[in-house]
Ligand binder design. Sequence first.
Ligand code: UDP
Length: 328
Amino acid sequence: MANRKRVLITGAAGFLGSHLCDRFIKEDYHVIGMDNLITGDLRNIEGLFKLENFEFYHHDISKFVYVPGELHYILHFASPASPIDYLKIPIQTLKVGSLGTHNLLGLARVKKARMLIASTSEVYGDPSVNPQPEEYWGNVNPVGPRGVYDEAKRFQEAITMAYHTFHGLETRIARIFNTYGPRMRLNDGRVLPAFIGQALRGEPLTMFGDGSQTRSFCYVEDLIEGIYRLLFSDYAQPINIGNPDEITIREFGEEVIKLTGTDQKLVGAPLPINDPKQRRPDITKAREILGWEPRVSRAEGLKITYEYFKSLPETEILHKDFTYYNKK
Ligand code: UDP
């Protein structure tokens, strides 16, 4: 099968990276996964190691990156992606989005590969327009706790666009909104695993602030389809990929209580600094250019994700520390 197209996926052992590996294996690509395993977990890609069209490099892409042989596509999905992670590893978060992206762009040039980067709704910061269209420039505090992620991702977009315009590199920029599904880390501190974990342990659900802030949750399968279509489109400008079904965090907590059947209630907890008050993607461009829109409802996606979390070993469910459970 020497003529399989070869794709490098960074963050391969992470939530989105591992689902992308699965998708490209399914489409009969040769997949080269790369991860430094700080927040990734090899269990997410365990099943792929036996395949002849999968290989894995344990590597930190903020250092020089090289992969022998041809490379047709690079999907850059390496980065911590939860507010708890940015607080714990702020420098790595900055480095992977900046130095890591630069290294991969260099590799893409050498290999004449097309590169897609995972950007984020965080480039919009705490947005003053809702929903957020791609033309909105954002409202980011560079020195706040989220600044290390937001600014790394903004730099990532800027350098990717510069390689596109200056070097003529083929690039794609996905602005990913809140995404959930199996393989999320139960203890990554994000609201969905936090609420489900609390329900499973019989604890109150910690609602930050008054719960009036909104988010719009996209099921992972939909997200992966959007990324796949974007990679093979000819659109080099940033494009929002997310589910526009917006909900307040309070209502979301109520949904989790109903779904899990827990007798626990929502309890108030302090609102983190610079926590965006509203977030909802305007997906007009994705609809028109990629012919894409989400298909999985929150009710369906939440049920699948709840079953996944329930199936984890009890020690993991009980382990509450918001840290890298697979590292300690
Ligand atoms: N949140 C919450 N309880 C938690 C964790 C998060 O109420 O235990 C809130 C958080 O303040 C934010 C929203 O849920 O308004 C989504 O937070 P998350 O960390 O999942 O991601 P974000 O979208 O802020 O990056």
